[in-house]
Write a protein that binds this ligand. Sequence first.
Ligand SMILES: Cc1ncc(COP(=O)(O)O)c(C=O)c1O
Length: 309
Amino acid sequence: MDMHPFQGATGLLSRIGDTPLVRIERAVDGMLPEGVELWGKLEGLNPGGSVKDRAALAMVLDAERRGKLHPGGTLLDASSGNTGISLAMIAAARGYRLVLCLPANANGERKALLGIYGAQVVLTDPLAGSDGAILEARALAAKHPDWVYLDQYSNPANWRAHYGSTGPEIWAQTQGRVTHFVAALGTSGTFVGTTRYFRDHHPHVVASEVQPDSPFHGLEGLKHMPSALVPAIYEANLADHHLEADTERAYGMARALAAKDGLHVGPSAAAAVTACVDLAATLDRAVIVTILCDGGGRYLSDHHLWGAA
Ligand SMILES: Cc1ncc(COP(=O)(O)O)c(C=O)c1O
């Protein structure tokens, strides 16, 4: 049997994964056919506050197992936010230094958290977005060969985290009832890893990926693949369906999820839920599971998202 991707995690880090799976009901009232159930994995309840705890932990443990990381060593990566926060938490807990390339327009909550965990942040051109941060991380990796460049966009440990944790958790938590899996794409690690788990173990599960419907979107953490640096771990032909999400509709869903189901989640989670509603319209009977990537607390200062209070 394959080793669990989080094997070797101790203390706080041993609490990553095994997030609750909750039914989404009132926010989608009247939007789902009668025989369709919608469930979401509450990834905001990971200790670092997002789904990215899984990939970050798996990448660090993998580097340790390969003998690339030594006490006091330096980790390097680029992130639009959540991976950076997860890595900063993990680096603190395991005694590493983290250098993180981050677009300068990342919101204040994120920058503050990174500093609190002790990460060293390199701010990059906001107009170049997450791709600008990636190019800066590549340049720093070339200059500092002794740093461990985790490269979440190319690192197989990213998708393997989900193959060995998110996928089996969804299967167990639905008692094998899941029929459809839906996830939005950033690095694509969540979608690719979980979907490969289903392909190998329960191939009847239908998998749908979600992308923003335009290059100019407000869905933090997500990539519009046709206009972005495509991650090496992304597999374009893996999905059964390609779904799109509109920013304003996702923001409306984020407000509804909080106000009607008590689920305060971020915009990418809400985008995935709108895509699930679109998919559900084509189905009679289904148990759809999606990923609620992070909590809404990380976006509180984004007044456009939550509407006037
Ligand atoms: C808020 C948010 N949603 C979704 C994603 C996408 O996850 P993945 O990188 O596994 O595709 C990310 C990751 O970067 C994220 O930060």
